[in-house]
Design a protein around this ligand. Sequence first.
Ligand code: SF4
Ligand code: SF4
Length: 240
Amino acid sequence: MKIYEDKCIGCENCIPYCAMNAISMVDGIAVIDQEECVECGVCLRVERCPVDAIYENEESNQWPRSVRKVFSDATAKHENTGVRGRGTEEVKTNDVTARFKRGFIGVALEFGRPGVGTKLKDVEVITEALAKEGVEFEPKNPLTFLFTDASTGKIREDVREEKVLSAIVEFVIPEEKIEKIFSLIQEAADKTETVFSWGLVARFDDEGNLPIVDKLEKMGFRVPRNMKINVGLGRPLREE
Ligand code: SF4
Ligand code: SF4
Protein backbone atom coordinates (compact mmCIF):
# COMPACT_ATOMS: atom_id res chain seq x y z
CA MET A 1 0.00 0.00 0.00
CA LYS A 2 1.25 3.48 -0.72
CA ILE A 3 0.16 7.11 -0.37
CA TYR A 4 0.32 9.74 -3.12
CA GLU A 5 2.63 12.45 -1.75
CA ASP A 6 1.05 15.11 -3.90
CA LYS A 7 -2.49 14.29 -2.74
CA CYS A 8 -2.02 13.76 1.02
CA ILE A 9 -3.12 16.75 3.11
CA GLY A 10 -1.68 15.39 6.38
CA CYS A 11 -5.01 15.03 8.22
CA GLU A 12 -3.74 11.85 9.99
CA ASN A 13 -7.13 10.12 9.64
CA CYS A 14 -5.51 6.95 8.34
CA ILE A 15 -2.95 6.47 11.13
CA PRO A 16 -5.15 4.79 13.80
CA TYR A 17 -6.40 2.19 11.33
CA CYS A 18 -3.04 0.56 10.77
CA ALA A 19 -2.57 -2.32 13.22
CA MET A 20 1.10 -2.55 12.23
CA ASN A 21 1.84 1.14 12.99
CA ALA A 22 3.24 1.32 9.48
CA ILE A 23 1.88 4.81 8.74
CA SER A 24 3.74 7.82 10.10
CA MET A 25 3.94 11.53 9.35
CA VAL A 26 7.06 12.80 7.61
CA ASP A 27 7.24 16.53 6.91
CA GLY A 28 3.46 16.80 7.25
CA ILE A 29 2.74 13.97 4.80
CA ALA A 30 1.66 10.40 5.64
CA VAL A 31 4.16 7.74 4.58
CA ILE A 32 3.81 3.96 4.72
CA ASP A 33 6.83 1.96 5.87
CA GLN A 34 6.98 -0.76 3.23
CA GLU A 35 8.85 -3.17 5.52
CA GLU A 36 6.14 -2.98 8.17
CA CYS A 37 3.08 -2.83 5.90
CA VAL A 38 1.49 -6.29 5.62
CA GLU A 39 -0.87 -5.25 2.79
CA CYS A 40 -3.98 -5.93 4.92
CA GLY A 41 -5.87 -3.23 3.00
CA VAL A 42 -7.62 -1.81 6.07
CA CYS A 43 -6.39 1.78 5.60
CA LEU A 44 -7.89 1.76 2.10
CA ARG A 45 -11.11 -0.14 2.86
CA VAL A 46 -12.18 2.14 5.74
CA GLU A 47 -12.37 5.05 3.27
CA ARG A 48 -11.30 7.65 5.81
CA CYS A 49 -8.95 9.49 3.49
CA PRO A 50 -10.73 12.68 2.37
CA VAL A 51 -8.61 13.02 -0.76
CA ASP A 52 -8.23 9.37 -1.88
CA ALA A 53 -4.49 9.49 -1.42
CA ILE A 54 -4.11 5.84 -0.37
CA TYR A 55 -3.71 3.33 -3.16
CA GLU A 56 -2.69 -0.27 -3.75
CA ASN A 57 0.48 -0.18 -5.79
CA GLU A 58 1.49 -2.76 -8.37
CA GLU A 59 4.18 -4.43 -6.22
CA SER A 60 1.51 -5.42 -3.66
CA ASN A 61 0.30 -8.09 -6.05
CA GLN A 62 3.69 -9.19 -7.34
CA TRP A 63 5.63 -12.15 -6.00
CA PRO A 64 7.01 -12.38 -3.35
CA ARG A 65 5.27 -9.33 -1.83
CA SER A 66 1.89 -10.76 -2.84
CA VAL A 67 2.32 -13.27 -0.01
CA ARG A 68 1.68 -10.44 2.46
CA LYS A 69 -1.77 -9.70 1.12
CA VAL A 70 -3.07 -13.26 1.07
CA PHE A 71 -1.98 -13.83 4.68
CA SER A 72 -3.22 -10.44 5.93
CA ASP A 73 -6.23 -9.23 3.96
CA ALA A 74 -9.41 -11.04 5.05
CA THR A 75 -10.94 -10.45 1.61
CA ALA A 76 -8.07 -12.06 -0.31
CA LYS A 77 -8.22 -15.72 -1.31
CA HIS A 78 -5.30 -18.14 -1.09
CA GLU A 79 -4.78 -19.68 -4.52
CA ASN A 80 -3.54 -22.97 -3.10
CA THR A 81 -6.45 -23.66 -0.77
CA GLY A 82 -9.23 -21.48 -2.21
CA VAL A 83 -9.98 -20.16 1.31
CA ARG A 84 -10.12 -16.47 2.22
CA GLY A 85 -8.54 -14.90 5.30
CA ARG A 86 -6.06 -17.20 6.99
CA GLY A 87 -6.43 -19.62 4.08
CA THR A 88 -7.33 -22.69 6.07
CA GLU A 89 -10.58 -24.28 7.16
CA GLU A 90 -8.77 -25.03 10.42
CA VAL A 91 -10.17 -26.38 13.63
CA LYS A 92 -13.71 -25.02 13.60
CA THR A 93 -14.71 -27.22 10.69
CA ASN A 94 -13.79 -30.59 12.18
CA ASP A 95 -17.42 -31.69 11.89
CA VAL A 96 -16.92 -32.05 8.17
CA THR A 97 -13.18 -32.27 7.67
CA ALA A 98 -12.56 -34.87 10.41
CA ARG A 99 -8.94 -33.81 10.44
CA PHE A 100 -8.64 -34.61 14.12
CA LYS A 101 -9.42 -38.15 15.19
CA ARG A 102 -9.67 -39.89 18.57
CA GLY A 103 -6.30 -40.49 20.16
CA PHE A 104 -4.83 -37.48 18.39
CA ILE A 105 -4.51 -33.79 19.19
CA GLY A 106 -4.81 -31.08 16.57
CA VAL A 107 -2.52 -28.11 17.06
CA ALA A 108 -2.84 -24.67 15.46
CA LEU A 109 -0.11 -22.15 16.24
CA GLU A 110 -1.16 -18.72 15.08
CA PHE A 111 1.85 -16.50 14.50
CA GLY A 112 1.72 -12.71 14.56
CA ARG A 113 -1.39 -12.43 16.66
CA PRO A 114 -2.36 -10.60 18.64
CA GLY A 115 -1.39 -7.46 16.85
CA VAL A 116 2.28 -7.56 15.90
CA GLY A 117 2.47 -9.52 12.66
CA THR A 118 5.28 -11.90 11.79
CA LYS A 119 8.02 -12.37 9.26
CA LEU A 120 7.77 -15.81 7.73
CA LYS A 121 11.33 -16.59 8.84
CA ASP A 122 10.11 -16.34 12.45
CA VAL A 123 7.52 -19.02 11.77
CA GLU A 124 10.29 -21.19 10.37
CA VAL A 125 12.06 -21.25 13.74
CA ILE A 126 9.25 -23.42 15.07
CA THR A 127 8.42 -25.38 11.91
CA GLU A 128 12.01 -26.53 11.46
CA ALA A 129 12.12 -27.75 15.06
CA LEU A 130 8.80 -29.58 14.61
CA ALA A 131 9.89 -31.17 11.35
CA LYS A 132 13.01 -32.59 13.01
CA GLU A 133 10.65 -34.40 15.40
CA GLY A 134 8.79 -35.92 12.44
CA VAL A 135 5.69 -33.68 12.67
CA GLU A 136 3.67 -33.67 9.45
CA PHE A 137 2.05 -30.35 8.57
CA GLU A 138 -1.56 -30.05 7.40
CA PRO A 139 -1.42 -30.34 3.59
CA LYS A 140 -4.41 -28.01 3.02
CA ASN A 141 -2.85 -25.06 4.81
CA PRO A 142 -1.37 -22.19 2.78
CA LEU A 143 1.80 -22.11 4.85
CA THR A 144 2.57 -25.70 3.90
CA PHE A 145 2.82 -24.55 0.27
CA LEU A 146 5.60 -22.14 1.25
CA PHE A 147 7.95 -24.83 2.54
CA THR A 148 10.85 -25.80 0.28
CA ASP A 149 10.09 -29.27 1.54
CA ALA A 150 7.42 -29.98 4.17
CA SER A 151 9.63 -32.66 5.73
CA THR A 152 12.17 -29.98 6.73
CA GLY A 153 9.78 -27.17 7.74
CA LYS A 154 12.05 -24.76 5.86
CA ILE A 155 10.40 -21.70 4.30
CA ARG A 156 11.25 -20.79 0.68
CA GLU A 157 14.16 -18.38 0.50
CA ASP A 158 12.27 -15.78 -1.55
CA VAL A 159 9.50 -15.28 1.04
CA ARG A 160 11.36 -15.64 4.35
CA GLU A 161 11.65 -11.87 4.84
CA GLU A 162 8.01 -11.12 3.99
CA LYS A 163 5.91 -9.84 6.88
CA VAL A 164 2.30 -10.97 7.30
CA LEU A 165 -0.48 -10.25 9.79
CA SER A 166 -1.06 -13.86 10.71
CA ALA A 167 0.12 -17.31 9.66
CA ILE A 168 -1.22 -20.53 11.13
CA VAL A 169 0.87 -23.66 11.45
CA GLU A 170 -1.36 -26.74 11.69
CA PHE A 171 -0.55 -30.34 12.46
CA VAL A 172 -1.81 -33.43 14.25
CA ILE A 173 0.11 -35.45 16.84
CA PRO A 174 -0.69 -38.62 18.80
CA GLU A 175 -1.78 -37.83 22.36
CA GLU A 176 1.26 -39.60 23.82
CA LYS A 177 3.62 -37.15 22.11
CA ILE A 178 2.11 -34.02 23.68
CA GLU A 179 4.75 -33.50 26.38
CA LYS A 180 7.65 -33.89 24.00
CA ILE A 181 6.27 -31.73 21.18
CA PHE A 182 4.99 -28.99 23.48
CA SER A 183 8.31 -28.71 25.31
CA LEU A 184 10.03 -28.45 21.97
CA ILE A 185 7.70 -25.61 20.91
CA GLN A 186 8.33 -23.78 24.19
CA GLU A 187 12.10 -24.05 23.73
CA ALA A 188 11.97 -22.85 20.12
CA ALA A 189 9.61 -19.98 21.05
CA ASP A 190 12.44 -18.14 22.78
CA LYS A 191 14.24 -17.86 19.45
CA THR A 192 11.42 -16.18 17.50
CA GLU A 193 11.03 -12.41 17.15
CA THR A 194 7.23 -12.55 17.19
CA VAL A 195 4.30 -13.86 19.24
CA PHE A 196 2.01 -16.80 18.65
CA SER A 197 -1.10 -18.20 20.24
CA TRP A 198 -1.97 -21.87 20.67
CA GLY A 199 -5.15 -23.52 19.54
CA LEU A 200 -5.77 -27.16 20.41
CA VAL A 201 -8.35 -29.59 19.15
CA ALA A 202 -9.34 -32.72 21.02
CA ARG A 203 -12.35 -34.97 20.95
CA PHE A 204 -14.50 -35.75 23.99
CA ASP A 205 -14.34 -39.29 25.37
CA ASP A 206 -17.47 -41.45 25.69
CA GLU A 207 -18.21 -39.99 29.17
CA GLY A 208 -18.13 -36.46 27.81
CA ASN A 209 -14.76 -35.61 29.34
CA LEU A 210 -11.75 -33.94 27.78
CA PRO A 211 -8.79 -35.67 29.48
CA ILE A 212 -6.36 -33.43 27.60
CA VAL A 213 -7.34 -30.50 29.82
CA ASP A 214 -6.02 -32.18 33.00
CA LYS A 215 -2.87 -33.21 31.20
CA LEU A 216 -2.20 -29.69 29.98
CA GLU A 217 -2.83 -28.16 33.39
CA LYS A 218 -0.37 -30.63 34.95
CA MET A 219 2.15 -29.42 32.36
CA GLY A 220 1.65 -25.85 33.58
CA PHE A 221 -0.61 -24.54 30.80
CA ARG A 222 -3.57 -22.38 31.66
CA VAL A 223 -6.47 -23.74 29.63
CA PRO A 224 -9.20 -21.14 29.06
CA ARG A 225 -12.75 -22.46 29.03
CA ASN A 226 -13.87 -20.38 26.05
CA MET A 227 -13.72 -23.31 23.73
CA LYS A 228 -15.47 -23.81 20.43
CA ILE A 229 -17.39 -27.07 20.38
CA ASN A 230 -18.42 -29.00 17.30
CA VAL A 231 -21.58 -30.96 18.09
CA GLY A 232 -21.30 -33.37 15.20
CA LEU A 233 -24.07 -32.06 12.96
CA GLY A 234 -21.87 -32.11 9.88
CA ARG A 235 -21.21 -35.11 7.66
CA PRO A 236 -17.46 -35.79 7.60
CA LEU A 237 -16.00 -35.66 4.12
CA ARG A 238 -12.90 -37.52 5.27
CA GLU A 239 -12.75 -41.02 6.70
CA GLU A 240 -13.31 -41.05 10.50
S1 SF4 B 1 -2.31 -1.97 4.20
FE1 SF4 B 1 -2.58 -2.49 6.36
S2 SF4 B 1 -0.53 -2.67 7.17
FE2 SF4 B 1 -0.37 -1.55 5.23
S3 SF4 B 1 -0.46 0.58 5.82
FE3 SF4 B 1 -2.55 -0.03 5.33
S4 SF4 B 1 -3.43 -0.65 7.31
FE4 SF4 B 1 -1.20 -0.57 7.56
S1 SF4 C 1 -6.03 10.07 5.51
FE1 SF4 C 1 -5.26 10.59 3.48
S2 SF4 C 1 -4.84 12.77 3.55
FE2 SF4 C 1 -5.07 12.11 5.66
S3 SF4 C 1 -2.95 11.66 6.30
FE3 SF4 C 1 -3.82 9.72 5.55
S4 SF4 C 1 -3.23 9.66 3.41
FE4 SF4 C 1 -2.93 11.76 4.07
